[in-house]
Design a protein around this ligand. Sequence first.
Ligand SMILES: [Fe+2]
Ligand SMILES: [Fe+2]
Length: 150
Amino acid sequence: MGTIYDVLKEEHDQISDLLRQALQDGSKVSFFKIKLKADPHMMGEEKFFYPVLEEVEELRELISEAYKEHNDAKTLIFEMEGMEERDEEWASKLSQLKQSIDHHIEEEESKVFEKAVNFLSQEKAEELAKQYIEFKRSYMNRIETGEPVV
Ligand SMILES: [Fe+2]
Ligand SMILES: [Fe+2]
């Protein structure tokens, strides 16, 4: 059974690939692929992973930073949803989004995960993976059936 770190890292790699792809083709279709991965990823982290880490004094500061970075990404995603590829600002927003998410992933893996392993047991890390995967599954089902996701 994998841990929450394995699951999240795998998705980080997928999101990084999609960001590279989007920057290459500049399309709104590619942007939506990022959104479809990044929305539930951030939501799942905020629902299951961050709350557990926030209980650890040594991690509190890092997690509050992580929430801010999520909010930056969410704001950019929201703005871009209302834009068209041909808009003047599209390319710069896309590169801002890439920078912002790349930075966050880097911080999460090199700082948050690195520290979290010292405080979360293997069992807890596996249990969080299960919860996250289950959440993700129901989120994607809702997307497919058009039900509200929150
Ligand atoms: Fe993440
Ligand atoms: Fe995150």
